[in-house]
Design a protein around this ligand. Sequence first.
Ligand code: SIN
Length: 334
Amino acid sequence: MQSPDPLVVVLATGGTIAGLADKAGDNTGYRAGQVGIAELLAALPASMRLRVEAEQVAQIDSKDADFAFWQRLAQRVAAQLARAEVRGVVVTHGTDTLEETAYLLHRVLAPAKPVVLSAAMRPANALSADGPQNLLDALALAAHADARGVLATMAGRVFSAPGLRKAHSRRLDALDAGDAGPLGRIDDGRLSRWRPWPEAEPLGLAAVARAPAQWPRVEIVLSHAGADGAVVDALLAQPPRVAGLIVAGTGNGTIHQRLEAALRRALAAGVAVRRSTRCAGGGVVDGVGDGVGDGVGAGGAGAADDALPSAGELTPVQARIELLLELLAAGRTR
Ligand code: SIN
């Protein structure tokens, strides 16, 4: 008996791929998250040998993603992956916070099947919309017999979740992966792969089971000329109390001395602090002896003479998710 075509489930969340402009030809002034997934799928050619099911999980502009959205999406992805007949999952998503959602799903689920985030830079009714081809590529990748882990594809390039970033505000190939580069390419459904599939020890859905209103507050602050730390002091003073801070430092994670003093006050007050970089690539490479006292456990003060703990390769927004998950695991709440 012939085996059935692979089954891919599309979980739709909105974004520009589902966006509508008032005028065709308007590629920047449009509303994200307007077109339902059934309509987007109906516009694709029926040439692929696969079965597709779809579910509208949300319909948002991804700039408005929040903890409740992440929790629900992680639960829906896990439920679909648990079905033996499902080969892979596609998540349609806005590009603006795609790197955050991808990293959260990677750390929580680290799936043995592919979960492919798909997006577009032009709305669905643009003169030459990029969404349909990107969605076709994502379906092919999710149906690929070897694919695994949380991936993203856009403009023919395939990325792993870790290190993923939106690197351009308007170009069609807006996604990038820093020094690591893409995992591969997909052309007419054929995958060329240059790097290993993403792997991690999954934390499991329990890591994000707490009521979203209780998730600890983790903020990102930027080091820049004249940064005086007033933002950090304000965050410490204002409820709900901040539990974690990511500093997007200059260069290899250096910090203005006045901002660093404020961050050390926060660390001494039990706030977990991580040092990342505002540079587009490179991450932070620690010096020998750096990074003691991470502030996640009780107390949390690091030795004052040492550099603040670094976030390593992680971008500031992915470092925020890593710290959020650490704090959740440590039982920290709002
Ligand atoms: C969004 O992130 O939802 C809007 C922008 C985009 O998808 O490119």
